[in-house]
Design a protein around this ligand. Structure first.
Ligand code: FES
Length: 171
């Protein structure tokens, strides 16, 4: 083997070793970043029962917006962690809760008691009182939440993180 060929081989070897070490360093640096970015997708979203108030705060047949803090895992969420449901008392101890967000693109819907409809101000989506779609672009009914009476007189809703609720609502 001539010195030129030896040099070429050594240069090629060093080049490959350098490339491999660079790839390894990039992988070591990027693993925590990728894990951080994917962590919301990898963790099952926490669901928590949130208190909405006394049963007697709500009149049978009425649908009202009730605010609560969603169980966001992000400590810096601040005001964005404040959300709400449309809560309807349907009997002495029976309640129905609908998500606030339209299933089209997530705008908050409004309840119109005179018309018995939920209206979305963004693109004219309309939902019947049971949350099913009456018209407009929404592809699915409003999201429904489980409701329970805790103890003898506290209404509670089974929540999801806001991000989960919006993605569920908008598809
Ligand atoms: S976001 Fe409600 S109709 Fe488009």
């Amino acid at each position: 083997m001539t010195p030129d060929v030896q040099l070429l081989t050594r240069r090629r070897l060093l080049s490959r070793v350098s490339l491999a070490l660079s790839g390894l360093a990039a992988a070591v640096v990027s693993v925590p970043i990728v894990a951080y970015l994917l962590s919301p997708l990898l963790q099952p979203p926490p669901e928590e029962w949130r208190d909405l108030g006394l049963v007697t705060n709500f009149r049978i047949g009425e649908t009202v917006e009730v605010a609560y803090d969603e169980p966001s895992p992000l400590p810096w969420a601040g005001q964005t962690a404040r959300t709400a449901v449309w809560l309807r008392r349907t009997g002495d101890r029976d309640f129905t809760a609908f998500g606030l967000n339209c299933t089209h693109l997530g705008c908050p819907v409004n309840w119109r008691p005179g018309a018995d409809l939920f209206l979305c101000p963004c693109h004219g989506g309309v939902y019947y009182a049971d949350g099913s779609v009456a018209g407009g672009p929404p592809p699915r009914p409003l999201v429904r939440y489980s409701v329970r009476i805790a103890g003898s007189d506290r209404v509670q809703v089974l929540t999801k993180p806001l991000s989960e609720t919006i993605s569920q609502a908008s598809g």
